[in-house]
Design a protein around this ligand. Structure first.
Ligand SMILES: Cc1ccc2c(c1)c1c3c(c(C)cc1n2CCCN)C(=O)NC3=O
Length: 277
């Protein structure tokens, strides 16, 4: 069970600039006073009452922390410390400075297949560490994949706020990530599984190779309709003319409506588009 320190975080960390924010959290650069080391401080507002819809339930924060404490992998952000104050919890997380994969993509428009496969392989290795422990991320998207630094394909998975332990027989249906990346079972409130993450790997790979988001519509409803209809193609020749059949085959084994038919993380790691690297 996660234990939080109850001292004042400012006593031990110098609070720096804002580096990002979520619905109920802000991320700031912080510096540990005793070592001078920089970290990312995730300040999460606690839900004040069961009737409220603002803030995060304490049990959900405890789950995120206990999952972070269980994971230990070069491509998964590590938790250094955790403080609980009256209105918020502060997670002190490893700081990565290479920026979001999302921004890298925006600058590069799309990447060549060799680089794309390297990125995907690193993401799959981090995901294997999670799936081998029956933990699913459930919010995989380019904003939650950070580059360790600008000049390698070394990535870090961040933000485990929606992560869940998948227990046999237990039904998880209530998670909602970002429309472009959610699998059909999330939209249809059907049971989620480790395979729900594999759908997102297919969407991220499609974007890496083309710069296009396969299901993105003019609004969230249209995006949801595109997802549930599995309405994607490689036909837009401007963007896929130089994409190999192997890369398309890799994606086609992930963007499948039936979660049970999707390639697992191990099958992806041994797929010929990934394996030879
Ligand atoms: C240099 C930099 C810039 C923005 C950052 C981060 C680091 C960052 C980090 C983390 C999280 C949860 C969010 C973060 N954000 C917010 C945006 C993430 N999509 C984190 O856990 N470590 C980070 O470095």
């Amino acid at each position: 069970m996660a234990m939080f320190r109850t001292e004042s975080v400012e006593e031990f960390y110098q609070i720096g600039e804002d580096i990002g924010s979520g619905q109920f959290s802000e991320v700031k650069k912080v510096t540990e006073k005793s070592t001078g080391k920089d970290y990312a401080g995730k300040f999460i507002r606690k839900r004040r009452s069961t009737a409220s819809r603002r803030g995060v339930k304490r049990e959900d924060i405890v789950r995120e922390v206990s999952i972070l404490e269980e994971l230990s992998h070069d491509n998964i952000i590590s938790l250094h410390d955790a403080f609980e104050l009256q209105k918020e919890v502060v997670l002190i997380l490893e700081l990565v400075t290479g920026g979001e994969l999302f921004h890298y993509l925006a600058e590069e428009d799309h990447v060549n297949e060799e680089v794309a496969a390297q990125f995907v392989k690193k993401i799959l290795e981090a995901l294997k560490h999670m799936h081998d422990r029956n933990i699913c991320h459930l919010d995989l998207k380019p904003e939650n994949i950070m580059l360790l630094n600008r000049n390698t394909q070394n990535i870090m998975l961040i933000d485990f706020g929606l992560s869940r332990r998948i227990k046999p027989g237990e039904d998880i249906r209530d998670i909602m990530g970002t429309a472009e990346f959610v699998a059909p079972e999330i939209i249809n409130f059907e049971p989620l599984s480790l395979n729900t993450d594999m759908w997102a790997i297919g969407v991220i790979t499609y974007i890496l190779l083309s710069g296009l988001s396969p299901f993105l519509g003019d609004d969230q409803q249209e995006t949801y309709e595109n997802v549930t209809a599995i309405n994607y193609s490689f036909e837009d020749d401007d963007f896929f003319s130089s994409t190999s059949e192997l890369a398309k085959d890799f994606i086609d084994h992930l963007l499948l409506k039936d979660p049970r038919k999707r390639a697992t993380v191990d099958q992806c790691l041994s797929h010929p588009w990934i394996m030879p690297r």
